[in-house]
Design a protein around this ligand. Structure first.
Ligand code: ADP
Ligand code: MG
Length: 359
């Protein structure tokens, strides 16, 4: 990528007992909001710490603004990091905490106070400048940490699950605040989270990791609707994954034989034979009490139902394969679904997504 602010090249990190990052290549533009996602232990924090200079790569390289960061210590990188265990200085006041990075940069006391006060103002903390950080609530402490990270006007802010210690209500408010800051400051945010809702609310681009590698990167809606492999499909959505063998074509659709039956899927990237997997997201399946003439149909028996606010997820056993179907309450009222009851499922061929990397 031309003009990337941050570039990772074949980045590797091996700990004595664990190969945490396995060859990551990534370019991040100035001003982008990137979310690094993935299950616990997949290497998100390690990747972030490598960018911050808190860890040295085993091999590979990191460039910031075109300059190799090999051997450049954290304090020279201008990549402050905010994380859930905030690491504020407990014996210093709010003001002293925010001033601290400016003090490290040898900025004089008058300028220091002025800039710190601007940031306290901006974060709604000016009335608390003299308080000890131990006297603040979790949300206030989080704002102090953000003010302290941004007071030096760094080009990049690294955030490692910064909101995960906050309660749900506060988390949503802080999300809005982070989003506003990102827009106002125009700086690059690299944000680690395992919460899909956070990544979707905030990020321009999602990087989904597993086992130390990037599985897919792209706009949230693309990664969600067009997963590249079974791992991404499982992680990102309520997806049903079905595998089989291509047996021929039916117009623009390919026909796939599977243990659950014969289905038609968009034929675009498929030939006339060979293995194939496709996903049907849980909200794209229709339920009925009786069989239909639909091209893609199966039937099974209800395992159980879970409520998520106004939507419900129905779990259905189809010949030993568990389907998940998401519906609004009113869409399934008439079916009176109960565990053990027979139910018919169907979906349109165009609503299946063929996985580019057959799993
Ligand atoms: P994530 O943030 O995605 O949950 P991490 O990057 O923290 O994952 O860790 C990735 C893997 O590397 C984990 O298996 C973890 O146990 C291991 N790991 C992380 N830090 C160290 C370390 N300092 N020493 C040894 N192993 C580590
Ligand atoms: Mg982590």
């Amino acid at each position: 990528m031309k003009n990337a602010l941050v570039s990772l090249r074949k980045l590797e990190k091996k700990y004595p007992c664990h190969h945490a990052v396995r060859g990551i290549d990534l370019d991040i533009r100035a001003g982008e909001f990137i979310a690094l996602m993935g299950p616990s232990g997949c290497g998100k924090s390690t990747t972030l710490r490598l960018i911050a200079g808190l860890e040295e790569p085993t091999s590979g390289e990191i460039f910031i603004a075109g300059r190799s960061m090999n051997g450049v210590p954290a304090f020279e990188r201008d990549t402050p990091m905010v994380w859930q265990s905030l690491a504020l200085f407990p014996f210093l006041s709010v003001m002293e905490n925010v001033e601290f990075p400016l003090r490290m940069k040898k900025i004089g006391p008058i300028e220091r106070k002025k800039r710190a006060m601007e940031w306290l103002d901006r974060m709604g903390l000016s009335a608390m400048a003299e308080r000890n950080v131990a006297q603040l609530s979790g949300g206030q402490r989080q704002r102090v940490a953000i003010a302290r990270a941004l007071v030096t006007q760094p080009p990049i802010l690294l955030l490692d699950e910064p909101l995960s210690a906050l309660d749900a209500h506060l988390r949503v408010r802080m999300q809005t605040e982070l989003s506003r800051l990102h827009k106002e400051l125009g700086i690059t945010f690299i944000y680690v989270t395992h919460a899909q809702s956070e990544a979707f609310a905030l990020a321009d681009r999602i990087m989904l990791m597993n086992g130390g590698t990037i599985q897919q990167s792209g706009r949230p809606q693309d990664v969600y609707r067009e997963p590249e492999n079974a791992f991404v499909a499982e992680f990102m959505g309520m997806n049903n994954i079905i595998s089989g063998t291509v047996s021929g074509r039916s117009g623009e659709f390919a026909v796939i034989e599977t243990p659950l039956g014969r289905f038609e899927v968009p034929g675009g990237r498929l030939g006339n034979s060979g293995p194939a997997s496709f996903v049907v997201s849980a909200d794209r399946i229709s339920l009925a009490g009786e069989g239909s003439g639909a091209t893609n149909r199966v039937h099974g028996s209800v395992i159980g139902i879970e409520f998520f606010g106004s939507t419900q997820t129905v779990f259905i056993d189809v010949a030993g394969h568990e389907f998940r179907v998401q519906k609004q309450q009113h869409e399934i009222d008439a079916l009176d679904l109960q565990p053990g009851r027979d139910v018919h499922l169907n979906w349109q061929p165009a609503h299946a997504w063929v996985l580019p990397q057959a799993a």
